[in-house]
Design a protein around this ligand. Sequence first.
Ligand code: UDP
Ligand code: MG
Length: 312
Amino acid sequence: MSKNQLLSIILPIHNEEENIEPLYERLAKVCQKNQINYEIIFVNDGSNDQGLQRVLHLQKKDSRVKAIDFSRNFGHQIAISAGMEFAKGAAVLVMDADLQDPPEMIPKFVEKWKQGFDVVYAIRKNRKGSPLKRIMYKLYYRILNKLADLDMPLDSGDFRLFSRRAVDRIIQFGEKRRYLRGLSSLIGFDQIGIEYDRPQRRAGKTKYSYRKLFNLAWEGVTALSIKPLRVATYLGVTVAFIAVAYMIRVFYMRLFTDTYIPGWSSLMTVLLLLGSVQLICIGIIGEYIGRTAEEVRDRPLYIIRKIYEKES
Ligand code: UDP
Ligand code: MG
């Protein structure tokens, strides 16, 4: 990177007050050591702690620290989007603020970018955390890749570097529900992954509960694929075949045997099964209608209370 090329580092924060200073220290150290010209953009996503104050305190020492303060909590993915729109760098790096994404990796990202890659993403080699979560993550990425007609890298998160043209393209994607990993695969260009060990978060608790994780996962599926809609059709066809086979049996018994069939249990089974299958399918269709409605409403993605930026 020639010395005047700027690297924008985007850090979404939601109740991360304890992590902000250590994070800044490590970031600044790495950048100085490698002569990286940086701006650090904290996006305060409706924190209820002193996070923003701590950021502003840093800004007094270092005018390259900037802050976007949301009017409320809009969510991690949207916070990243806001940071991307605001970033002025020739390259933009997105990372978590809890030090699960080690700043010491930055030179490696920058090196790949210098070689001409547009998206450099980190691949989690060994996930820490509960084994159940780990298995779910692995399974999920594999299923998503099958569903989306895309070659999304497995086991990569939002820890990524984007070239200027990649960021510009991602900003152009207008969808309201953002799934950055998906968008960043959709744009194409030259992409490469680098492996790393993901440590535990430094302080505080994860903001992703199982419910939120499930939502993000479902988001990924519905944002990238309409195949779930086809499930209804497949199920319908399958059930139709079974029904025809069963009808043949029923007629056969009625015409050629004297067997008496009480039939209450089989009736109930079929009824309940069909009923639940129909409800699931309606739910899936509803999900996509909901997405359409959201896009049509065209609400702003986020609302900013204030931008803190010092003239430098
Ligand atoms: N985050 C955010 N808004 C939210 C939830 C999380 O900006 O509503 C930020 C959070 O502060 C952190 C990053 O997103 O910097 C990743 O969140 P977290 O560490 O909780 O996710 P995990 O690493 O557990 O997947
Ligand atoms: Mg984390």
